[in-house]
Design a protein around this ligand. Structure first.
Ligand code: IVH
Length: 705
C-alpha cells in the first residue's frame, strides 16, 4: 500500500503535524492541507490495524485525531464521508434494514480428508479439460461473514450474510472495524462499484479478555470467538462495537461494476487471478489474506500444505476452522460456475472439529470459596480439540433454562483455543421423553444449611461461614500459584489435612503437625522438608499476594496490587473509608464496600494479627531499589488512563528502576507520562519547557528489557 519512500514521507510529515498539535494557531493553517492531514491519519490506521506495526504511539495518534476532530467541528463543511473521524461518535442505531446482496452469498462445499480434495480436483479437471490446475489456498477464517460495497471509491454499505440473498445492513458497525478502509482507490483499476466478501473476527486475546470480564460480572461466557464476532455486529451502540476491537479479513471479490469505456483513464489492469485480487485488495489498503495465501500447481502440494497448516493452527492469533482451496484463474472459475449451493471452483478443507456431541449424565453442585453454588454438568467423556472433557460448568439456573438443558440430553460441546469447554446447545429434537429436569438444591450440598440468593445476584449462595466447602476452597485459594504460591501443598493435601483435622483455618497452614504428617502414607522425609520449606518461604511473599490470597470478594490480582501500593502495613487498610478506597485506581463501589467490610470485621482483624504472630510479612517491604537503574534521579508523574500498564504497575516500575514519583506538576518534575484522556496536568506541563512529555509507549521503552 505505501512504498518505502511514501512511508518515510509520512513519518516526516507526522513529526511536523505532531509539533503543530502544540501550536495554538494551527486551526487556521490546516485549511488547505486538510486532506493531507487526513491521509496522515489514514496511514497510521493502516500501520496499526492492517500491518499490526504502528510507527507512532497511541498517545500521538490520539492527539492528531483530536486535532482533526476539533478542526472538523469548527469547520463542518470540510468533513468528508471517509474522514477517519467518521468511524466514531455515531451513537445508537435504530434498526438494521434488510438489503439484497449484489450477488448471492453462497456457501462452500466441505471436505474432511485428502480423498475429498482429490475428488474435487478430478471433477474440476474433467470439466475444464485441463491436465493440471493452479490453486490458491488460504485460511478459512472462523468468524461472521460480511459483504462490503464500495461505490466511486467510497465505502457505502456493509451487510451481514443473512439468508445469502438478503442480509442486514450494518454499515455503521462495520465502520468501527479500523482495518476496513472508508475509501479506496478502486478507480485506479477502472472499477466503479465493487462488492467484497470477508469475515469479521474477534482475536483470541480479545475474546479471552471479553469472556474473563463476563465471568467476573457473574455472566456466563460465550462459547467461541465466532459467536462473539457475530453478536458484536448486531449491537446497536456503535461505541460498544468499537470497544470490542473487531478485525476483518477480506478474501473474495463477488462483483465488479466497471466504468464506462473512456470515462476515465485506467491506470492498472484488473487482476485475472484470485491471488491477484487479494494482492489488489492489499495494495488498496485492505487486510486481505495476501500474506497467508499460497499458490500451487497441482493438487498434491495443496493437500500437503493444508495438512501442515493444521498443526500450526494454535499459533495464530485468531481462530480458523480449515483452509479454502480456490481455483486461481478467474476465467476458469467462471467456466466451472456454481451449483445453487456452492461454487464448483472452491472447496473448504475442514480441520478437526473443536465441537463434539456427548450426553449430559448428571449435574453436581459445587460450593466455591465465596459460597456460590455452581452446577457442574457431568458428561460422557468426549475428545474435543485434543483433550478429554468429562465435566463442564453450567454457571447458574438462568443459563440452564436459556440452553434448555435436561438430564439425559444429547448436547453439543465446544472447546475453542485455550478457552474452557462450554455447552453450545442441547438437541431437544433427540429427546425420548425420559430426560429429567435439573433440580437446584435448596440446601447447601456440603453443610446442609439453607441457600440464599441476593436479588441482584444470578447465583445461589451458602452463607454459613463455617461451611467446610468454603473453608477448604478458601485454603486452596490461599496456597495457590497466583496467591501465596506454596508449591508442594496442592489441592489434594489441603483436602486431606482438612479431613484429618490439621487444617481448620488459614493460619493452620503455618502450624501443621509435621511429626503426625510424617506417619501418614505417602509422606517421606524429603517431601515433608520440601513442604515445610515452601510454607516457610511463603511468609515473605509480597503484600499484594497476601491480599489476593485472603480471597476478599471482587479483589483480584490487579486490585490487590493497587491496595498494596497504597499502604505500608496491611492493617492500614482499616483506616480507609469507602470514599477513600474508591479514589484508588479501578476500585469501584462494589470493591470499596467489600474491602471496607473485610477490614472492619473483628474476626478478620484477628486473622491478620494471628498471621503476623506466625511470622507472615504484613509490612509492605520497600520495593527493591536498583542503584544506577535506568531511571535513577529522575522524577515521574502519570496522568490520564494508561492502556498497557496499570497505574500502580507503572509506578512500581519507576521505583524499581531507581526513579522517584512526584505528586504534582512543577519544575522539579522530569517526566510527565501521558495516558488517554489526560487533562489539566498535561496543559500545565506544556508550559514548563524542562518537563519531558512522553507517551506510555515511550515510558515503556525507557525501562530495561
Ligand atoms: S470464499 C463464493 N474464503 O466460510 C465463495 N470463504 O463455509 C465465497 N469463509 O460463507 C467464500 N474464510 O463465510 C471464502 N478464505 C475464505 C473464507 C471463507 C471463511 C467462510 C465464508 C463462507 C463460509 C463457508
Amino acid at each position: 500500500m505505501y512504498n518505502p519512500t511514501e512511508t518515510k514521507a509520512f513519518q516526516k510529515g507526522t513529526q511536523e503535524w505532531l509539533l503543530k498539535t502544540r501550536d495554538k494557531n494551527i486551526q487556521a493553517q490546516i485549511g488547505s492541507e486538510i486532506e493531507e492531514f487526513r491521509n496522515c491519519l489514514r496511514f497510521h490506521e493502516y500501520r496499526y490495524y492492517v500491518l499490526n506495526d504502528p510507527l507512532i504511539s497511541d498517545f500521538e495518534y490520539d492527539s492528531l485525531f483530536k486535532l482533526l476532530e476539533k478542526y472538523e467541528k469548527e469547520n463542518p463543511d470540510s468533513v468528508s464521508a471517509d474522514s477517519p473521524t467518521q468511524r466514531v461518535g455515531i451513537g445508537l442505531i435504530k434498526d438494521f434494514p434488510k438489503t439484497q446482496h449484489l450477488v448471492p452469498m453462497l456457501s462452500l462445499e466441505n471436505s474432511y480428508n485428502a480423498g475429498d480434495v482429490l475428488d474435487f480436483d478430478r471433477k474440476a479437471k474433467e470439466l475444464s479439460g485441463l491436465p493440471e490446475i493452479e490453486y490458491c489456498v488460504e485460511p478459512k477464517f472462523d468468524g461472521a461473514s460480511i459483504s462490503l460495497v464500495y461505490e466511486h471509491d467510497l465505502f457505502t454499505k456493509g451487510v451481514t450474510r443473512g439468508d445469502g440473498e438478503i442480509g442486514d445492513e450494518i454499515t455503521l458497525n462495520i465502520k468501527q472495524i479500523r482495518s476496513v478502509p472508508l475509501s479506496a482507490k478502486f478507480s485506479k483499476y477502472g472499477i466503479e462499484q465493487i462488492e467484497i466478501r470477508g469475515e469479521v473476527l474477534m482475536n483470541k486475546k480479545n475474546f479471552k479478555a471479553y469472556n474473563d470480564a463476563l465471568i467476573e460480572e457473574g455472566i456466563p461466557p460465550l462459547a467461541n470467538p465466532r459467536n462473539a464476532a457475530a453478536g458484536s455486529l448486531r449491537i446497536k451502540d456503535t461505541a460498544e462495537v468499537s470497544r470490542r476491537n473487531l478485525e476483518a479479513f477480506l478474501y473474495h471479490v463477488s462483483f465488479i461494476g466497471d466504468r464506462k469505456p473512456g470515462e476515465q483513464a485506467v491506470q492498472h489492469q484488473q487482476p485475472a487471478t484470485h491471488s491477484g485480487m487479494l494482492e489488489m485488495l492489499w495494495e488498496l489498503g485492505f487486510r486481505s489474506p495476501k500474506n497467508e495465501m499460497k499458490v500451487f500447481k497441482g493438487i498434491e502440494k495443496v493437500i500437503k500444505h493444508v495438512q501442515d497448516f493444521e498443526t500450526g493452527r494454535d499459533n495464530l492469533g485468531y481462530e480458523i476452522d480449515g483452509m479454502v482451496i480456490k481455483v486461481n484463474d478467474l476465467s476458469l472459475q467462471d467456466e466451472l460456475g456454481m451449483t445453487s449451493h456452492h461454487p464448483r471452483w472452491a472447496i473448504a478443507f475442514k480441520f478437526k472439529a473443536r465441537q463434539a456431541t456427548s450426553k449430559l449424565v448428571d449435574v453436581e453442585f459445587q460450593v466455591g470459596r465465596t459460597g456460590a453454588v455452581t452446577p457442574v454438568a457431568k458428561i460422557e467423556p468426549v475428545q474435543v480439540g485434543g483433550v478429554t472433557v468429562s465435566s463442564i460448568s453450567i454457571h447458574n439456573e438462568e443459563y440452564i433454562s436459556e440452553k434448555d438443558l435436561k438430564l439425559g440430553d444429547t448436547i453439543l460441546i465446544e472447546r475453542s483455543g485455550d478457552v474452557i469447554p462450554q455447552i453450545v446447545k442441547s438437541f431437544a429434537e433427540l429427546r425420548k421423553g425420559t430426560e429429567k429436569k435439573i433440580k437446584f438444591p435448596k440446601q447447601c450440598p456440603v453443610c446442609d444449611s439453607d441457600l440464599f440468593k441476593p436479588e441482584e445476584d444470578a447465583v445461589w449462595r451458602c452463607v454459613n461461614i463455617s461451611c467446610p466447602a468454603q473453608i477448604v476452597e478458601g485454603i486452596i485459594h490461599f496456597v495457590s500459584k497466583d496467591a501465596m504460591d506454596i508449591r508442594s501443598f496442592g489441592e489434594a493435601n489441603v483436602r486431606k489435612f482438612y479431613e484429618l483435622g490439621f487444617l481448620k483455618t488459614i493460619p493452620d497452614v503455618y502450624r501443621l503437625p509435621y511429626d503426625e504428617i510424617a506417619s501418614l502414607e505417602g509422606f517421606g522425609e524429603k517431601s515433608i522438608t520440601k513442604l515445610q520449606q515452601a510454607i516457610e518461604d511463603s511468609k515473605t511473599q509480597p503484600l499484594n499476594r497476601l491480599i489476593y490470597a485472603l480471597g476478599i470478594r471482587y479483589v483480584g490480582e490487579t486490585t490487590a496490587k493497587t491496595l498494596a501500593n497504597a499502604i505500608t502495613h496491611l492493617s492500614d487498610l482499616k483506616d480507609f473509608s469507602e470514599e477513600q478506597l474508591k479514589e484508588l485506581e479501578d476500585v469501584g463501589v462494589k470493591v470499596a464496600s467489600t474491602v471496607f467490610k473485610f477490614f472492619h470485621n473483628p474476626d478478620n482483624q484477628n486473622l491478620l494479627q494471628t498471621l503476623e504472630e506466625l511470622g507472615i510479612q504484613l509490612k509492605n517491604e520497600k520495593k527493591e531499589f536498583v542503584p544506577g537503574g535506568n531511571l535513577e534521579g529522575q522524577s515521574f508523574l502519570f496522568t490520564g488512563t494508561l492502556t498497557q500498564l496499570k497505574r500502580s504497575e507503572a509506578e512500581e516500575l519507576v521505583e524499581k528502576n531507581g526513579g522517584k514519583l512526584t505528586g504534582s506538576v512543577s519544575s522539579k518534575l522530569n517526566y510527565l507520562v501521558v495516558g488517554e484522556k489526560a487533562g489539566s496536568k498535561l496543559e500545565k506541563a506544556k508550559k514548563i519547557p524542562s518537563i519531558k512529555i512522553v507517551s506510555e509507549e515511550e515510558f515503556i521503552k525507557m525501562l530495561p528489557v
